[in-house]
Write a protein that binds this ligand. Structure first.
Ligand SMILES: O=P(O)(O)OC[C@H]1O[C@](O)(COP(=O)(O)O)[C@@H](O)[C@@H]1O
Ligand SMILES: [Mn+2]
Length: 654
């Protein structure tokens, strides 16, 4: 009771009068009755910044829908496409449209297009409270846009527009106004963004994706295996550093490390060129971006040698991590000592294979896991450089702040990789330091390890062990982010026989096809609503071979469709994105994104088809969401405060 009164007193500071309390209650009740805001889900962006930017700009088709809602009957399909493209890329599209126009023609165009843009903005804003829309308006236009968006419906609209547009043109502000409205519409069509993991690796610009996300109005991240790899590297794990560099070399993306994050690879490169000699093994040839054709032979050779050098360092370092952590049970990943250095063969699970190359200048056959002095020095310096890169630290801390291993949001469960399971369909157990973790607790355990690696002092044993757990998340058999029995990097580089490359997927990937399997996982996270789904990324859906991203009687949605160019050959598409608005969920199938210029010039839009996930769902209001739940609580408290004012338990101000 005491505590209650204390809380009410605090609340009364914010709402000191009866009228302020009643106004706020009315405001909250009104919000609860608005339609639910639109959530937008993307995953597996893999450094493809331009494609990501495009789906943010077109809201996975949501912008075009708003245009169609208003102009389907009065504009042609081409005109609708042009107007939509103007909204996605206002600066570039306007330049193309206006380039050959006279002053009068330009003025005519503004008079046509500005009212259209204002109407689309009003339509997109109609789901929100005035105060929310006001917050989205850039301050330069606060007055004018408030006037336009919240104008008195009885006032003569035409006169009003004319007046405003005339003064815009006169003051030479019409261009700027088009741009402002374009971005405001983009901002309003999506209320909240979920990024279901794998921002990093394979593609060229993860750092631009993070910068873009930093300025986005509302989002969360579920970490992917590639994201935690970078987190581990930034937090000082040498195993993670070696993997990050190796993957960047493999995909010809060293600029990310050197230019975007200012980490010098000079010593490593000169070491690799000096010490490694073989240049003829195809397994080390980088998987170059097909759009980036700029290689000279010596550049390729350098990337091959760099990959060799860092792969060997990685295998040596992994021995230390595996020895430090017998609980990982990863001894069978240690393969250097299985090589017969005289005969050029390797023993693997009872079979004998030829080695693709025997270029191991730094491996002592009697002590194959010992790093040479120079290798040691290079890794010590590189891990320092990762920890000292301000830009990288800034990006990783953003991911840590906005991210988590999983998220329950409006009754949906979001995670990147998998729920590790046994073949009997039970949650797989991870044994660590005499404790056992499985199910939700397994996710929570790894999340804590990441947060420990952030807060513990670097260099102490606890920190090293926390960083090792991050590396385990990248490649361990019971990792919810990896989902395969082992990572066969060694075999992929050194053995030709592809049967040795297989990474067996966890049973989860069979079980998630069934409603029973999916419900078991949803229940574990207390997601029991009639509209609960799992939203999953990580494994590219091979759409072109007929695989369906919507599984388990619509309960499971796998949205990795291949933003990554390296995977588009397999998937046949350019990525899935998901929208969840007040009418339910809709999966957008995106075509590969060609280029920004193409999108601007030819109106190529990458959303090709939409598939409805929820049929017959009742229109959802804010009241039906997690935020609605919070608002109802607030409203309940305010009603108690009102009662306290009325019964004299507290004295309101007058
Ligand atoms: O094609 P690459 O570069 O060899 O990468 C393959 C590796 O990437 C992984 O698939 C992990 O990356 P994803 O999360 O993108 O699947 C590993 O399982 C595998 O060993
Ligand atoms: Mn992944």
């Amino acid at each position: 009771m005491e505590a209650n009164l204390k809380y009410l007193k605090l609340l009364s500071k914010q709402f000191p009068t009866i009228s302020s309390v009643t106004t706020e209650i009315m405001n909250l009740e009104a919000i609860l009755n608005l339609p639910k805001g639109t959530e937008h889900f993307v995953s597996d962006l893999h450094g493809e910044y331009d494609a990501f930017e495009h789906v943010l700009r077109n809201g996975s088709g949501n912008v075009k829908r708003k245009v169609q809602d208003l102009y389907e009957d009065s504009l042609s399909a081409d005109e609708i496409d042009e107007l939509a493209t103007l909204i996605y890329y206002p600066e570039e599209k306007m330049e193309v449209i206006l380039q050959d126009k006279s002053k009068e023609e330009k003025e005519q165009w503004y008079r046509l297009v500005l009212p259209q843009l204002v109407d689309i903005t009003i339509h997109a804003a109609s789901k929100y409270t005035r105060s929310k829309v006001r917050k989205a308006i850039p301050s330069d236009y606060e007055y004018i846009l408030s006037e336009l968006l919240f104008r008195d419906p009885a006032a003569n609209k035409k006169d009003y527009y004319n007046e405003i547009i005339s003064s815009m043109i006169e003051l030479d502000r019409a261009d700027d106004f088009v741009v402002t409205l374009g971005y405001l519409i983009q901002r309003l069509v999506v209320d909240h963004l979920h990024v279901v993991g794998d921002i990093y690796d394979r593609g060229p610009h993860p750092e631009k994706i993070i910068d873009r996300m930093k300025s986005y109005h509302s989002l969360d991240i579920q970490w992917g295996n590639h994201d935690v790899l970078w987190m581990g590297a930034a937090l000082g794990s040498k195993d993670c550093v070696a993997n990050v560099i190796r993957i960047c070399a493999r995909y010809d993306n060293l600029e990310i490390i050197e230019d975007a994050y200012g980490i010098s690879l000079r010593h490593l490169i000169s070491f690799a060129e000096r010490v490694y000699t073989s240049t003829n093994c195809s397994t080390f040839v980088p998987k170059a971006d097909p759009y980036k054709d700029r290689h000279y032979a010596d550049e390729l050779e350098q990337l091959c040698k760099l990959q060799q050098a860092i792969a060997v360092i990685q295998f040596k370092l992994e021995k230390q991590a595996i020895d430090r952590n017998p609980d990982f049970e990863m001894e069978d990943r240690l393969l250097l000592h299985q090589i017969d250095f005289d005969q050029g063969i390797i023993q693997l699970r009872g079979e004998e294979y030829d080695m693709v190359t025997m270029d191991f200048p730094t491996v002592d056959p009697d002590n194959p896991y010992e790093l040479t002095e120079e290798e040691n020095q290079i890794m010590t310096d590189l891990s320092q450089a990762f920890m000292n890169s301000e830009q990288l630290q800034d990006h990783i801390h953003f991911m840590i702040e906005k991210g988590s291993m999983y998220l329950v949001y409006n009754d949906n469960l979001l995670f990147h990789g998998c729920m590790p399971m046994t073949k009997e369909g039970d949650f797989l157990e991870f044994h660590y330091h005499d404790e056992i973790y499985s199910g939700k607790a397994l996710f929570d355990f790894f999340e804590q390890a990441i947060r420990d690696a952030v807060s513990l002092n670097k260099g102490c044993l606890e920190h090293t062990l926390a960083a090792d757990l991050i590396w385990y998340l990248w490649s361990g058999a019971v990792s919810p982010l990896f989902g395969k029995h082992a990572m066969t990097t060694f075999e992929r580089y050194y053995i030709e026989e592809k049967e040795t490359w297989t990474e067996h997927k966890n049973k989860y990937y069979k079980l998630r096809e069934t409603e029973e399997g999916v419900n078991k996982i949803l229940n574990e996270f207390n997601c029991n609503g009639p509209n609960s789904h799992i939203i999953n990324g990580h494994t590219p859906i091979k759409e072109k071979s007929g695989e369906n991203p919507i599984k388990a009687n619509n309960r499971m949605l796998v949205i990795d469709g291949g933003f990554s160019k390296a995977y588009q050959g397999k998937t046949g598409i350019g990525g899935y994105t998901l929208l969840y608005n007040s009418y339910g969920m809709e999966l957008a199938v995106n075509q590969p994104f060609s280029s920004r210029q193409d999108a601007v010039k030819n109106h190529t839009d990458i959303v090709s088809t939409k598939r409805v996930v929820d049929k017959d769902m009742e229109r959802q209001k804010v009241a039906d969401t997690d935020i609605g739940e919070q608002l109802r609580e607030e409203s309940k408290d305010l009603k108690i405060l009102l009662d306290a004012y009325r019964t004299g338990r507290l004295a309101p101000k007058r």
